[in-house]
Write a protein that binds this ligand. Structure first.
Ligand SMILES: NC(=O)c1ccc[n+]([C@@H]2O[C@H](COP(=O)([O-])OP(=O)(O)OC[C@H]3O[C@@H](n4cnc5c(N)ncnc54)[C@H](O)[C@@H]3O)[C@@H](O)[C@H]2O)c1
Length: 367
């Protein structure tokens, strides 16, 4: 078990990673009146009780609401439903919301917590690799609206995060590896040693070995914290986390929000493949060639796509709409486009790229 303190901007809170950790949660909740504790939980855990999910049986001791996981729930309708329940249950400003689920339940609950009565306390209990590695860390909250991802949102850090690694046991392979992709991406941009370790431990990860998962998730949380703690509202350091995202998002925009053809982590996998190609085109040396080859090797080892033909669809876009989506990206600035590229494994940079030919060649690489 790992217990440590996270610091983001002026906020400090404990993060606990391990197994059998919910006694610590119960102790933490003694700071709150029981009638003021409200749990928002992924409905998966109501419908699927097994040896591991049984550890969540404490839910039934508190006021709670179950909501389906999946992007269809990250909506203004779900937001209104939760607010109504909080009012019905008389949760007051000194209460606390506990979010149990993947990134969808986490982002929705955190947005509710940041706005209900101008903001109440929150605990995250992330249950997917995406939520443990990425979405529960960094304070971003949000719901999708008008077909736009996180169009409505805020920043709101939790009071504590509890990650029980055994909950990952029931996650399907696609969601599992989709989240792992975020960790791989961070190793490409900031930690060569960890990247090389990822190349070695793929079989242990596939077995969901608890020690290996603890090591990966602990490293990921520390790495994400390092990127966000001094740059809470996304200025420079935090942008490095967008490696592969800008390209991936152009592809995600093509497929749309509510579909099973492309998961977010799969889009990132295609995105880091494109970014490795563009990086090699720009630097054209042994280091950049190594980045290109090893990126291909690692995504293959982790069941992630490095080209369109490995997706769960025969619907393959042409390059033109992808470039258009890319240039419309919200992170565009007036002098051109900021992209994150890598000079070598573990060494990312922000670069302005205005040569469309290089971008086209990058996309061609994944056909
Ligand atoms: N706030 C941030 O910084 C941030 C960062 C990355 C992603 N996100 C958001 O996260 C969301 C995606 O998160 P996600 O991939 O966790 O999706 P999700 O929450 O929809 O979970 C994926 C699926 O797994 C199920 N599930 C959850 N835990 C499970 C478990 N332990 N066992 C079996 N099934 C389980 C869910 O019911 C759902 O069907 C997106 O909305 C994305 O925008 C936010």
């Amino acid at each position: 078990m790992r217990t440590f303190e996270a610091k983001i901007s002026f906020d400090k809170f404990p993060i606990i990673i391990g197994i059998n950790i919910f006694d610590n949660l119960k102790a933490f909740l003694e700071n709150y009146s029981k009638k003021n504790i409200f749990i928002i939980c992924d409905k998966y855990f109501k419908d699927n009780i097994n040896f591991y999910t049984k550890s969540l049986s404490f839910i039934y001791e508190y006021k709670s609401l179950f909501i389906d996981g999946g992007l269809e729930s990250k909506t203004i309708e779900s937001y209104k439903l939760v607010i109504k329940e909080l009012v019905n249950e008389n949760i007051s400003r000194d209460g606390i919301i506990i979010a149990i689920g993947g990134g969808v339940i986490g982002d929705l609950s955190a947005f509710v917590a940041s706005t209900y009565q101008r903001g109440i306390d929150l605990i995250h209990i992330p249950t997917t690799t995406t939520a443990m590695i990425d979405s529960s860390i960094g304070g971003k909250t949000g719901i999708n609206h008008l077909d736009q991802v996180n169009l409505i949102g805020s920043y709101h850090n939790p009071k504590a995060i509890f990650m029980d690694l055994r909950l990952l046991d029931s996650l399907n392979d696609r969601d599992f590896y989709s989240g792992i992709c975020e960790a791989i991406k961070m190793s490409v941009t900031s930690d060569k040693e960890m990247f090389l370790k990822f190349l070695e431990i793929d079989k242990l990860v596939a077995q969901r070995n608890l020690d290996t998962l603890e090591e990966i998730i602990y490293w990921s949380v520390l790495t994400k914290l390092k990127h966000v703690s001094n740059d809470y509202k996304e200025k420079s350091m935090r942008l490095i986390l967008n490696y592969g995202h800008t390209f991936g998002q152009a592809i995600e925009t093509y497929y749309g929000l509510y579909q099973e053809k492309l998961k977010h982590g799969e889009a990132i996998s295609l995105g880091i493949s494109i970014a490795s190609k563009i990086s090699h085109l720009l630097f054209n040396n042994e280091e950049s060639k190594n980045l290109l080859m090893k990126t291909k090797e690692i995504v293959n080892k982790y069941n992630l796509p490095d080209n369109f033909h490995k997706l769960n669809t025969s619907d393959i876009p042409s390059i033109k709409p992808l470039i258009k989506n890319l240039l419309n990206d919200k992170k565009r600035i007036s002098e051109g486009n900021r992209f994150i590229i890598c000079e070598s494994i573990g060494n990312a940079k922000i670069k302005l790229l205005s040569d469309e030919n290089i971008l086209i060649k990058g996309f061609e690489y994944i056909y």
